[in-house]
Ligand binder design. Structure first.
Ligand SMILES: O=C[C@H](O)[C@H](O)COP(=O)(O)O
Ligand SMILES: C=C(OP(=O)(O)O)C(=O)O
Ligand SMILES: [Mn+2]
Length: 463
């Protein structure tokens, strides 16, 4: 069954993972963040209710297990050493009502067909991580929205409905987030697309849409390469095919609502694992070295990421490496650049250069979405695919010129045919945005746009 297969060489470290003991907690200082400055604090009205909810969560079984978390760290070590590629994606903000079977499978299948294009086209194994089963908390630029109401901060904190009462932070929502994450994880574990043909058919259908569009001609060569690789694999026996179509999808979310992630932290073999997800990252707004979020993730054993926006200095990147990966373990730390297409070529090289010169082992990953958010003429938060593509190209150029491994990409996407990102030549113009603008926060790539991005990545990796 999904989740029980082990890769050779990955030590199976599963033991009982009971709720963290007080002694273990104290030794590992897992609550030190509570004394530190912290940005984006959820405006909980009643700390006693938060504590009661967290005590309940502290007794619940975790969403993921320590050995899976270690397994992912080992896979990310392969990415760090240049032997694999990290593909991460999903909603900007998951929602409780959107946590349906079709939505979860849509996200997963979109990721898997992107991975297929990159694996076959780029001849590289792909580690798949979904923004899913816990991506419920959102940092906001402003405490209030355009109506003057308290900002929506994700379903784990308040409700999106534009009314004062709906926007009150409700700690009970952490229980709902836990329950929704558990069913989501259960579903994606139980539903790997067992049949490669299924995924290939889906890929073919999506590719047909791309081919029929004015942008289609651009991908003819790489698509031919992917077809050749598929034909080659088809000629193999079933067990080789099985190995190749490895479809494990790990889950991830931003480590934002520390009360929640802390409550689901368990001690295993003397180490703390945040078992609310396999991979947790710290966002651009909360990555201050001496603040709460960095302190918390520094103390957990999970593979972790940190977003780096255009204001990040090379020195700040080095400090984060030292703080978050003092043992310099490959796969432990992913630096996720989100510079924007206009800055990536100017700002990013010095960061890569300094981190490399310091010998710090990191996975480099490009988020080409968050530095390229703009407002459409009708007031929709959107992103232009051209700018997303340009940031990716810039990211790959920087790595090529410095001889470093462009380890991965991190995108906001959905399997649904939404119209959230602008993309004129492929049919989404300003006036189409209202057709299917469904995101709870940031604009996502739809399935076709996602595959197009994957084809681009495959083409670049092929060289
Ligand atoms: O990922 C989400 C957003 O980029 C982040 O929450 C900020 O969004 P905002 O500027 O709309 O508040
Ligand atoms: C808020 C996000 O990103 P960033 O921290 O880079 O703005 C996000 O990934 O949804
Ligand atoms: Mn986002």
């Amino acid at each position: 069954m999904y989740g029980t297969r082990m890769r050779p060489g990955v030590e199976r470290s599963i033991r009982h993972s009971p709720p963290a003991t007080n002694d273990g907690d104290r030794e590992l200082c897992l609550d030190r963040w509570r004394e530190l400055p912290r940005r984006q604090v959820p405006p909980w009205p009643d700390p006693a209710e938060v504590a009661a909810v967290c005590a309940t969560l502290g007794k619940m079984p975790p969403i993921v297990t320590p050995y899976e978390v270690d397994e992912l760290r080992h896979r990310l070590a392969e990415v760090c050493e240049g032997r694999a590629f990290l593909l991460q994606g999903g909603d900007c903000a998951e929602t409780f009502t959107g946590n349906t079977e079709s939505h979860l499978l849509g996200t997963t299948r979109t990721l898997l067909q992107m991975a297929m294009a990159i694996t076959y086209g780029g001849s590289v194994p792909v580690v798949k991580v979904a923004r899913l089963a816990g991506q419920y908390g959102k940092p906001r630029s402003s405490a209030t929205d355009s109506l003057g109401l308290p900002a929506y901060r994700g379903d784990i904190i308040n409700a999106r409905h534009p009314a004062e009462s709906a926007r009150a932070a409700d700690p009970q929502r952490m229980i709902d987030a836990y329950a929704n994450s558990a069913v989501a994880m259960n579903l994606i574990r139980a539903y790997p697309p067992d049949d490669l043909t299924d995924l290939e058919e889906l890929y073919d259908d999506t590719y047909d849409l791309i081919r029929a569009s004015p942008a289609g001609a651009r991908y003819q060569v790489i698509s031919g390469e992917i077809d050749r690789a598929r034909g080659f694999v088809r000629a193999w026996g079933p067990s080789e095919r099985h190995a190749l179509r490895e479809s494990k999808v790990y889950c991830s979310h931003e480590a934002l609502v520390l009360e929640y992630d802390r409550a689901l932290t368990r001690i295993n073999d003397g180490r703390a694992y945040a078992l609310s997800g396999h991979f947790l990252w710290v966002g651009e707004r909360t990555r201050q070295l001496d603040h709460a979020h960095v302190d918390f993730v520094a103390r957990i054993a999970n593979p972790i990421g940190v977003k780096l926006g255009p204001a990040a200095s090379p020195h700040a990147a080095i400090e984060l490496c030292e703080r978050l990966n003092p043992e310099n373990l490959p796969g432990r730390l992913t630096l996720i650049s989100r510079m924007g297409n206009r800055q990536v070529r100017d700002v990013f090289p010095a960061i890569v250069d300094k981190v490399t010169a310091a010998g710090a082992k990191v996975v480099w990953q490009c988020d080409p979405m968050h530095g390229n958010t703009e407002q459409s003429s009708h007031g929709f938060k959107t992103r232009r695919l051209d700018r997303v593509v340009d940031e990716l190209l810039g990211y790959f150029d920087v790595h090529r010129s410095l001889g470093t491994h462009p380890g991965g990409v991190h995108v906001e996407l959905t399997g649904e045919n939404v119209t959230e990102c602008l993309d004129g030549i492929r049919g989404v113009e300003d006036q189409h945005l209202p057709d299917r603008y469904e995101t709870a926060c940031d604009p996502r790539l739809n399935m076709r746009q996602s595959l197009e991005l994957a084809l681009l990545v495959a083409e670049i990796l092929r060289g």
